[in-house]
Design a protein around this ligand. Structure first.
Ligand code: PMP
Length: 286
């Protein structure tokens, strides 16, 4: 089946989709994105992603291409026509193009570019990594200073993943001023005793939609949560570690820089949070 994608108001086969070579997303990374997971053919936390998208656009003085209701309708239509049961919807908005290259933003009436496509990922819930855990390495965080804005400037995270791969690991946790910021495409947590520890929200990290949900579920389950910085040494001495993201849900981390975390096997807190997260997300999906 040919995938149907959405480009600026039109649904079309993916091979017919085109964007101008002058689009600022292409020339300058002048764009933002969202990834919303799909379970049972429904959208997980659409509201959270829509609100974060609005925030990203506002922070960059970028025009909002369509209303939230239209965005929901487009997401649902793509899930329907592409018959996505389990997977994701990728959305990108860029500042568009006025037909030339210039650092200065184009005039305010320049139309933003809006692109959405789906990816079918049947193995999302039963991913092997949920059972085995993943291995991470620590790398210096060399990204720009506004990581709270979900921009398409993903070169350094991609380099981080390649560094991890070269080291025989699955992902990298980035470190700044001695403290872990986050994973290349996920938020980072450790568990010490009964306490879940994760970095507090600031411009240093992306405000994960999965993070918000998981911390809410943890509090509801009477788990202790501490939002504070932690070091790689604390990860090595922790009982457990895990990551969260829209497509990894809650995934255990069993090793950092070659040192086992806890017993070296996935921990019970991560497993419990993953189960709760998937259950609750299924119930609330729209
Ligand atoms: N941090 C970074 C750097 C990310 O790229 C992502 C996923 N895009 C996350 C955290 C997790 O965010 P979410 O839970 O909204 O997917």
């Amino acid at each position: 089946m040919t995938r149907t994608v959405y480009v600026n108001g039109t649904y079309m086969p993916e091979h017919e989709a085109t964007i101008s070579i002058f689009d600022r997303g292409f020339l300058m990374g002048d764009g933002v994105y969202e990834v919303t997971s799909v379970l049972d053919g429904k959208l997980v936390d659409f509201e959270g992603h829509a609100v974060r998208l609005e925030r990203s656009l506002n922070e960059l003085d970028m025009a909002h291409p369509v209303t939230k209701d239209d965005l929901l309708a487009i997401h649902r239509e793509l899930v329907r026509v592409n018959e996505i049961e389990t997977g994701l919807v990728y959305l990108q908005v860029t500042r568009g193009s006025d037909g030339d290259r210039d650092f200065v933003y184009p005039s305010a009436d320049t139309k933003p570019t809006l692109v959405l496509f789906t990816q079918s990922k049947p193995g999302l819930v039963d991913a092997p990594s949920a059972k085995t855990g993943i291995k991470v390495i620590s790398v210096a965080d060399e990204r720009w200073g506004r990581r709270d804005i979900k921009t398409v400037q993903l070169l350094y995270p991609a380099m981080g993943k390649m560094m991890a791969k070269a080291a025989g690991a699955d992902d990298a946790w980035m470190v700044e001023d001695g403290y872990v910021t986050e994973g290349t495409s996920n938020n980072a947590y450790i568990v010490k005793g009964n306490t879940i520890i994760t970095r507090a929200l600031s411009n240093d990290i992306l405000h994960g939609i999965t993070r918000a949900a998981v911390l809410r579920f943890a509090a509801e389950a009477q788990m202790q949560v501490e939002e504070r910085n932690f070091t790689v040494d604390e990860v090595k001495a922790a009982d457990e570690a895990f990551i969260t993201s829209a497509t990894m849900f809650v995934t255990p981390v069993v090793e950092i820089d070659g040192t086992a975390v806890g017993t070296g096997a996935p921990g019970s807190v991560a497993a419990r949070l993953r189960d709760i997260y998937i259950d609750e997300s299924r119930k609330a999906a729209i």
